[in-house]
Design a protein around this ligand. Sequence first.
Ligand code: SF4
Ligand code: FES
Length: 286
Amino acid sequence: MRKQAAPDSAAATVTLRVFRFHPEAAASPRYQDYRVPAAPGMTVLEALVCIKEHLDATLAYRSSCRMGICGSCGMFVNGFPRLACQTQVQTLGSLVQVGPLPNYPVIRDVVPDLEPMVTHHAAVRPFIIRDEREQEPPTTEYLQTPGELEAYLQFAYCIKCGLCLAACPTVATDPAFTGPQALAQAYRYSADSRDWGFTARRAAVDHPHGLWRCHLAGACTEACPKGVDPALAIQLLKRLALAAALGMGRRRPAPLAPPPVAVQRRPDIPAPPPPIVGASPAADPT
Ligand code: SF4
Ligand code: FES
């Protein structure tokens, strides 16, 4: 990350009011004000870097890519969940309040514990589910039309930043709610023409704290920085669940494409390793 300029008393400045909390050392949180230079284009993340480098090394925040890809810098900025690396300070006024994402435990200062989201995400089995043995050894591929890709593509842009859960009024009142991120990913994989896993996924989404708890407030979609529209995914997932309950709508997944014929490996590309599953045990050299 680039070095941030030291605060300059002559430059235009902005006040960052930052949530401070060290659960092991303090009984309650507090806010602390810092004045930093408001350079054109400066992001909230860069302002926090400036604070840490020049004013207060004890400040804790989380970031990695600083380009809206990794999803690690989600914060509650002026009352709205945002990615700190994509939010410019000068768009926020002269006083910028920065806190941890709501609806998560706080690890320290503005660092939330995203474990609740990750647990729900893993529970919906976010991967293509097929007959495990049909591709052993791997021989060919699954083909998909542009229309089949379009059915799930926008939901595949999720970066697991957790902003949608921070915005969700149902998560705020029911911490056991599966949440918009995991439900959107359940739909993303269930809508994939290569997948046949909704039956296996259904128990993780169709329960008293699952998809029917969504009342379509739409706050998740408003907060999502990647245009995923989790609220839409949840409504489409409800349709899948209803069809499954009525014994309808189960489709065959896309078949394997026929093996390529008359295709020759380029001589400079090494051969793949031998298959492991189904291989006979290696002979014992002794
Ligand atoms: S759906 Fe959007 S807001 Fe929610 S975790 Fe994914 S990228 Fe973040
Ligand atoms: S630092 Fe990666 S999304 Fe902000």
